[in-house]
Design a protein around this ligand. Structure first.
Ligand SMILES: *Cc1c(COP(=O)(O)O)cnc(C)c1O
Length: 406
């Protein structure tokens, strides 16, 4: 029997969806470029980009065309077969990065899970069964599976789920001496986001990353960059390791990789990949033809000089407009992040209220994000238009004006 006709209201969420999210009170139903509309037809300018996912905005015509074309050809084969879109996407990734081998999965957490398992397996098979220590960082975020959330550096996400995978050590980000104090021959990997996203838009310093590279080389440990949020053009380079000129051994990508279609990838080298064999690891949907077809289209647009070099200019515009708001209302102390992954830290008087800011901004017609309680986060489309930035910032200014008065 088909379900009874039901109004798809926000209250239904509270009744039947697992209460792990606190979504906005309105329900978006349509998006185009950097604009979104809700059930009531109200328009929003999108500075959130689905948390750094919609790198080409909503319903980009070339992504729509790729999805439509693939949808009449082949949806799914399982890993009993390979498929053309997956081979094509893997070639793009290999040809444009340090990588020689690619593993596809469906989410950032799964790509990281594969990365951590690979690092452990490589160390165990190549060196010693005791070489399993993973060094990670406070405020880091790597996903919500038990392994990835345990590598992540926020107890509020990882505690309360019973015993965690062992041999994971956390130290302060950008503190090379802290890493030196714990790294040893039993370390299999050092894991970090070159720009911490969820943790508050803290960018690694260049000496920190090159120092980590050196330490890893000395200890035969692998350097893993989680570029799930900061990669795929966000900083103006295809991947942010290219800005730093420090090459990891394993890199993970997701979020913007599919431009809104779920897909992730783990990249590595032949030398490391060769410890894996058929049956070692896997996932049903990894390298799904629909996902890869969309990702191929997204990749070909993002990996162009026009899009990548446009990031710096848009970033400057964002910062200028934020500073204009700040000059008038004094709500921010510093700006953080890079490219189009930006944070504005709230002034002491407003600390702890980032989520309230986000909600009020939506009421005024602009979608933004927070990163923790004290930082507003912006992760818009890499091709957002000048007038959309202007209009969105005008709305943000109105929201801020309202906020400081209340
Ligand atoms: C979002 C995110 C993840 C997790 O990705 P999911 O697709 O939600 O599993 C992992 N690492 C970083 C840096 C992220 O921003």
């Amino acid at each position: 029997m088909p379900p009874k006709q039901q109004v798809m209201s926000r209250t239904l969420f509270d009744e039947i969806i697992l209460p792990v999210y606190a979504p906005a009170q309105f329900i978006p139903v349509k998006g185009e470029g950097s604009r979104v509309w809700d059930q009531q037809g109200k328009e929003y300018i999108d500075f959130a980009g689905g948390i750094a996912v919609n790198a080409l905005g909503h319903c980009h015509p070339k992504l729509v065309a790729a999805l439509q074309a693939q949808s009449t050809q082949l949806w799914h084969t399982s890993n009993g077969f390979t498929n053309e879109p997956a081979l094509s996407l893997a070639s793009r990734l290999v040809n444009n990065t340090f990588a020689e081998r690619v593993f596809f999965a469906n989410s950032g957490a799964e790509a990281n899970e594969a990365a951590f398992k690979l690092a452990r397996h490589y160390a165990v098979k190549t060196f010693s069964p005791y070489k399993t220590k993973i060094i990670a960082f406070y405020q880091g975020f790597h996903g919500r599976t038990l392994f990835t959330v345990s590598v992540g550096g926020q107890a509020k996400y990882s505690d309360g789920f019973g015993p965690k995978p062992a041999d994971i050590v956390h130290v302060p980000f950008n503190d090379l001496n802290a890493v030196k104090a714990v790294i040893d021959d039993h370390t299999c990997a050092v894991v970090l986001e070159p720009i911490q996203g969820e943790g508050g838009l803290t960018a690694a310093t260049k000496p920190f990353l090159s120092g980590l590279r050196q330490l890893c080389d000395q200890c035969n440990a692998l350097l893993i960059f989680d570029e799930v949020q900061c990669g795929m053009g966000r900083t103006g380079s295809l991947f942010s390791y290219m800005d730093y000129n420090v090459t990891p051994d394993i890199l993970t990508s997701a979020k913007a990789l599919g431009g809104g279609f779920p897909i992730s990838a783990m990249l590595t080298t032949h030398k490391i990949a060769k410890v894996m064999s058929a049956g070692c690891h896997g996932t049903t949907y990894g390298g799904n033809p629909l996902a890869c077809a969309v990702a191929n289209a997204a990749f070909d647009i993002i990996n162009t000089p026009e899009v990548l070099s446009g990031v710096a200019d848009r970033s400057t515009r964002f910062l200028q407009q934020l500073e204009k708001i700040n000059q008038q209302y004094g709500v921010f102390t510093t700006y953080r992040g890079k490219g189009l992954l930006l944070g504005a830290e709230l002034a002491p008087a407003y600390q702890g209220q980032a989520a309230d800011f986000v909600q009020l901004a939506a009421e005024f017609g602009v979608l933004i994000l927070n990163a923790g309680h004290n930082v507003l986060r912006f992760a818009p489309s890499l091709i957002i238009g000048e007038n959309e930035i202007e209009q969105g910032m005008l709305r943000l200014m109105q929201a801020v004006s309202h906020f400081v008065k209340r």
